[in-house]
Design a protein around this ligand. Structure first.
Ligand SMILES: [Zn+2]
Length: 226
C-alpha cells in the first residue's frame, strides 16, 4: 500500500471539535506570551524595589548597631591568686550535681573578683535568677568556646558545659569574660549574624565572636600577664 499523498488532495479537513481545540490552544498560547511579556517588563521595577528595600534594611541595622554595646568594664591585673591551679577537675565527671559544679566555679569567681568584679557579679546573678545552666554534655569540637560555655541570647542564659572544669581557674575566668561580652552585645549584631546564614551556607560568626574573643584575650592578659 502506498503512503505517498495524492497530489492536489492536501490535508484532510479538520472536523469542528479539532478546529475548536486548535483555536483554544492558540488563544491560551497568546495569553501566556502576553503575561510573560508583562512580567519581563516589570523585572527592572521589582529589582529596583527590592534593592531599595535591602539597602534600607542594611541602613537601619547599621543605625541600630551604632547604638553600641553599652559600657564594657575594664580589667585589672590579678594580684594574689594562682590562675594555673586546676581546682575543679572533679566537676567534669558526668552526673555531678549543679550545686557541686556551682562550687566548682568558686576559684574562677575569686579571680574575677580581682580582675573584673562586674563579670563575677553577672555570673552570680545568673545563678540567682536560674539563668545559669550546667550541661552534662561533653563535647570538645574545633570551636572550643562553643564546647566549653555558651551564652544563649534568646533565653539570656549562660550555659556551662562540663568540659569547662578541665581547664585551670584562670582559663575558666577568661572564658566567663568571653560569655559576659556576648551578653552585652547589641541585638543588631545578632540579626546581622542570622542574616549572614541566609546569604552564605556557613554564615559569618565573626560578627558576634570578634568582640568576645578580643575581650577574652584582654582578660587572659590581665589574669596570666601574657
Ligand atoms: Zn563566643
Amino acid at each position: 500500500m502506498s503512503t505517498v499523498p495524492i497530489a492536489g488532495a492536501g490535508f484532510p479537513p479538520l472536523n469542528g471539535i479539532e478546529a475548536a481545540r486548535g483555536r483554544r490552544i492558540l488563544r491560551l498560547s497568546d495569553q501566556v506570551l502576553h503575561r510573560l511579556g508583562a512580567d519581563l517588563r516589570s523585572v527592572p521595577r521589582y529589582l529596583i524595589r527590592y534593592t531599595i528595600l535591602v539597602l534600607a534594611l542594611c541602613g537601619l541595622l547599621n543605625l541600630w548597631e551604632s547604638q553600641g554595646d553599652g559600657r564594657i568594664p575594664g580589667l585589672c591585673p590579678l594580684r594574689t591568686l594562682d590562675p594555673h591551679r586546676v581546682s575543679s577537675l572533679p566537676c567534669a565527671a558526668g552526673g555531678t550535681s549543679d550545686d557541686r559544679r556551682w562550687q566548682g566555679l568558686s576559684a574562677a569567681l575569686a579571680i574575677l573578683d580581682q580582675v573584673n568584679p562586674e563579670v563575677a557579679s553577672w555570673v552570680r546573678q545568673r545563678r540567682q535568677s536560674a539563668a545559669l545552666v550546667f550541661s552534662d554534655e561533653y563535647c570538645r569540637g574545633p570551636d572550643k568556646q562553643g564546647s566549653l560555655a555558651k551564652y544563649d541570647h534568646f533565653r539570656r542564659t549562660l550555659i556551662v558545659q562540663r568540659a569547662l572544669f578541665e581547664e585551670n581557674d584562670g582559663e575558666i575566668a577568661a572564658i566567663l569574660c568571653h560569655e559576659y561580652r556576648h551578653s552585652r552585645q547589641n541585638s543588631a549584631k545578632l540579626v546581622k549574624c542570622a542574616l549572614s546564614f541566609v546569604v552564605t551556607a556557613d554564615g559569618d560568626r565573626s560578627i558576634l565572636e570578634n568582640d568576645a574573643l578580643l575581650y577574652e584575650h584582654e582578660a587572659r592578659l590581665a589574669i596570666f600577664g601574657r
